[in-house]
Design a protein around this ligand. Structure first.
Ligand SMILES: NC(=O)c1ccc[n+]([C@@H]2O[C@H](COP(=O)([O-])OP(=O)(O)OC[C@H]3O[C@@H](n4cnc5c(N)ncnc54)[C@H](O)[C@@H]3O)[C@@H](O)[C@H]2O)c1
Ligand SMILES: Nc1ncnc2c1ncn2[C@@H]1O[C@H](COP(=O)(O)OP(=O)(O)OP(=O)(O)O)[C@@H](O)[C@H]1O
Length: 526
């Protein structure tokens, strides 16, 4: 393995290379010339380091030649080959940097292949063995973040000598399959950690081919929703020529109104719902937040982008005005769309009687929260909570809410949890009426797995409900296991994720609404 430039730099003195005192730098330069090795003597630090590495190699060549092991020319030629390869790699990295732009001080690159193989600054090998972080089932991505520090390429070689060690950080997360892991590895040049290239920004969706199929989901039993739905389906067919899917109930309503709606597609039974995500490009919801939750619950895996029109009473997650559906859908079908990626939780109920943890009940995905409460029982619930394998606490009260950040403005808020921007990844741990003076709500990182267990000595069973629906009894010994789902719900924004969130907390929840203090009255004397 060739030396890193740092190592070469540290041991650049000829004396350290084992040369006798009378061998000067000039002698060595001459030796390089004699060997017809192009001396990379330039003005920058990097070239000084390359030069010192050249000297080291020549020193080694001369020593080996003197010992009769190999010809100095052969050794020098080998060095020259390595040097050319390294220079080609550096040039390629510079090209990648140029194409990505260095505005943020960060560059992402995939370093693969012969020339574009491991950059000499990045130690891909440890103890001579290629790192195999993800084994056969894993996915690895590697990014190199370059430091844009002023003066880093100045001619001050002293700075270079003192340069910090480079290192890499690795993020391990679950992949799509249960046994799969994904490793994001980021190498930080010069060991300066920066999140500049990794902080999540406003997400924008740009169609690569025009969307052709729209699924419209509507709140039942609403005359105004029925009217808008009818108009929208007609407009989508006549003006946009897109295929339209609706629920069987809505298809009957449309056909009752006119035979024109014969083209509208639907499904006959539940089994036809699961492959819907492969056919539908866009989902439109006409209703309130409950309709958005309903739409999300129809997709157990990946979810197409959802455009939520407000036809409900509160509409925290429904920023689009139904009266202006034509211009909204026109813009959305063209793209690009600003979206909020709303994280979901996946929950497993594990029965005490089950032999294998995930054997009995499939995962239930929630967009807001899973609630474990006392149900109709009048006894205090007692729930034992674990985070990964650590005991967290015992909840003694009415119950516990495990919420997404989207759900932070729903039930969790009513139970005293904080409001969190939906784009923040995390799990809220909010007790419901805890019988304790010191039980504050928590927000845990996205990657944890939580386990809520009904203890064997519990006086009564607990009940789990998912986005306020599908109540399931948890008997003594049963547990609920919850972690972040790999399939988020992309919802279209009217402005952007933050503007929509702030508008909703102000207009819908009347957050921090207070009369403004008047100018009248006592004032500070300046
Ligand atoms: N005490 C409470 O505040 C309480 C009690 C039970 C359920 N809920 C919430 O109701 C949700 C189910 O909603 P639904 O519409 O099917 O039932 P619902 O018709 O009973 O509506 C509950 C209310 O919560 C609002 N809401 C739902 N999700 C929201 C969110 N993410 N942010 C802000 N407000 C939101 C709805 O607009 C509605 O006004 C549950 O997931 C739960 O969060 C709240
Ligand atoms: N397509 C649907 N099929 C069955 N039930 C639905 C459907 N859409 C919504 N619901 C249910 O109808 C209820 C009311 O819907 P929604 O919450 O959208 O209206 P809302 O209560 O008037 O509005 P908001 O939630 O904004 O106050 C919810 O419980 C929701 O689960």
């Amino acid at each position: 393995m060739s030396l890193s430039k740092d190592e070469a730099c540290k041991s650049s003195s000829p004396r350290e290379n084992g040369f006798p005192d009378h061998v000067s730098l000039a002698n060595l330069e001459k030796a390089l010339g004699d060997l017809r090795v192009e001396t990379p003597v330039h003005n920058t630090d990097d070239h000084l380091i390359e030069f010192s590495e050249a000297l080291r190699t020549v020193a080694k060549a001369l020593r080996r030649a003197a010992e009769g092991k190999v010809s100095a020319q052969a050794e020098a030629a080998e060095w020259k080959r390595k040097y050319e390869l390294e220079r080609a790699r550096n040039q390629q990295l510079e090209l990648i940097e140029d194409s990505c732009g260095r505005q943020n001080g960060s560059v992402a690159s995939n370093l693969t292949g012969e020339i574009s193989g491991p950059h000499p600054m990045v130690d891909y090998e440890s103890n001579g063995q290629q790192e195999r972080c993800c084994a056969g089932d894993g996915i690895c991505s590697h990014e190199v973040l370059f430091d844009n520090e002023a003066g880093s390429l100045s001619g001050d070689s002293q700075n270079k000598m003192k340069r910090k060690a480079s290192f890499k950080l690795s993020w391990r997360c679950k992949g799509e399959k249960s046994n799969q892991y994904k490793h994001d590895i980021v190498s930080f040049e010069k060991g300066n950690i920066s999140t500049a290239g990794r902080t999540s920004k406003q997400i924008s969706l740009k169609w690569e081919s025009p969307p052709q199929t729209v699924l419209i989901l509507t709140k039942p039993n609403s005359a105004s929703v029925r009217v808008i739905c009818l108009e929208m389906v007609r407009w989508l067919k006549e003006q946009k020529n897109v295929n339209v899917y609706v629920e069987p109930r809505v298809k009957s309503e449309l056909l009752n109104a006119s035979s024109f709606f014969g083209f509208v597609k639907t499904w006959q039974d539940e089994s036809e719902i699961s492959p819907l995500h492969t056919k539908v490009d866009l989902v439109v919801t006409l209703g309130g937040d409950g309709t958005v939750l309903w739409a999300a619950s129809m997709f157990k895996g990946s979810v197409p982008p959802i455009v939520p029109f407000s036809l409900g009473s509160l509409g925290f997650m429904t920023p689009f005005y139904s009266e202006r559906y034509k211009e909204c859908l026109d813009a959305i079908l063209k793209g690009p769309i600003s979206i909020t990626l709303r994280h979901r939780l996946q929950c497993h109920v594990i029965r005490d009687s089950a032999r294998n943890e995930y054997e009995t009940e499939g995962p239930i995905l929630v967009l807001n929260e899973v609630t474990i409460d006392r149900g109709i029982s009048s006894y205090l619930t007692n729930l034992e909570c674990y985070c990964d394998n650590s005991f967290v606490t015992s909840v003694q009260g009415d119950g516990l809410i495990l919420s997404t950040t989207s759900g932070s403005t729903a039930y969790s808020l009513a139970a005293g949890g904080s409001m969190v921007h939906p784009q923040v990844p995390g799990i809220l741990f909010t007790p419901i009426c805890p019988h304790s003076l010191s039980f504050r709500p928590l927000i845990l990182p996205e990657h944890v797995t939580l386990r809520v267990q009904v203890p064997f000595n519990s006086r009564s069973p607990a009940w789990a409900s998912f986005d306020g629906k599908d109540r399931k009894q948890l008997a003594a010994g049963d547990a609920l296991v919850c972690s972040m789902a790999p399939w988020p719900v992309p919802t279209a924004c009217l402005g952007d994720s933050t503007a929509d969130f702030l508008r909703s907390i102000q207009d819908d929840l009347h957050w921090n609404l207070r009369k403004t203090q008047s100018f009248d009255g006592p004032r500070e004397q300046l």
